[in-house]
Design a protein around this ligand. Sequence first.
Ligand SMILES: [Zn+2]
Length: 466
Amino acid sequence: MRPALLLCLLLTMMTPTTIARNADNPHAPTAAATPVPPPPAWLPALEARYDAELRAAGLDDRVFTAEHWWTVTTPLLERTRGFHVEEIGRSVENRPLRHVRWGEGRTQVLLWSQMHGDESTASMVLSDLFRFLGEHPDDPQVKALRANTTLHFLPILNPDGAARFQRRNVQGIDINRDARMLATPEARTLKALYDKVKPMYGFNLHDQRVGYRAGDSDRGTAIALLSPPYNHAADVNDVRTRAIEVAGVIRTALEPYLAGHIARWDETFDPRAFGDLTTQWGASTVLIEAGGIEGDVQKQRLRKLYFLGLVAALDSIATGSHQGVSPALYRELPENGDVWPDLLVRGGTLAMPGRPPMKADLLVNFRNPLMETDGAIADVGDLGGKKARRTINARDLFIVPIPGHAGERTLIEANDDGDNDEPPSPPPITPGASAHFVLSRDPQGRDVVWTLDGSVDPAAPAPPSR
Ligand SMILES: [Zn+2]
């Protein structure tokens, strides 16, 4: 995989004559990437209308509860606009799980969002989609969808997780590893809806870690796609062929906006995961993952692009236009590669009270990487050629722990001590500790240049990266 990618890269950098000469050589590997066709002609116009006519109001902050989501979305789901809403289950904490149905066509499509409670982008997108379907009945794409498909939605499958903005449900179960055992009420509700609808197409809608790079590149993955395999051999049958075509349609739609930032997941079969099993059960399933776009801290730009990709995918199902789309458009996407950590403080001097100063690089990861909140020390020391999403040059600066956080240590470290009679250790700047330090021109931390007190203050600019 990696050598092949490198080769592609090298060949791309060669002159056209070189490529032509290689093309004459039957032993030369095929290197030229399949050209990505232009997006559907109607897509730029839809993008231009998005902010005024399609973006659902009240979802500007990506952290919201299911209750809030239903409050702002329910007015979009009127029966006169063709929507049918029915409660079909309850979460562990008794929050309603609802089935939204729209359309009059034969092709059944099932879409579910936020089975991981902190992955809210697709839930925002579904609100936008409801606005599109309900308020714009004369749009050609809406007409085709209404006539040819019936869309079934299960939004915010993990409302208890959403209430805490955490991945797992309140029992600590990853619902996307519960498709086989069906131990959670949330997974059982999705499976029951699947069995009732028997969809031809499925959309498994997620967010992924912001740090993922597209292949071996330095570019962050904004959107990742997967046609989940249905067996360990990752065979391709008719069901997967359709999913791979639809994934190609999504790439085509988004390439003008996100070229180089679209990746795909590897095809390791997981018999506990919903996408893998819905594929096995017969639904052409596409996994869509929203990664991140730097500076887009609430994922609002990514929300728009995700919406455009999803509409293009649904349109290709309604019109049948995905048939014959080259599988190379999906196959040639780089895989999700390394996960870059969030913040590297390079070349500083660690000034711990009562200890000699020490040269050290520092690595910090955030619970919310785009907003840079809830930071924790990930590594300290000579971090060599380590790369991060953001690098701060701390040469000539001291890293000084902020007083008041001396007792704040991770559970594991606290339990390691064995003997609790020891005096409290210096404020920790060690892996696992939460990140509370200043960058200062003096070792006492009086002449402060920048502060990281758990979260980054966006109003206080950091020293430049280089
Ligand atoms: Zn997820």
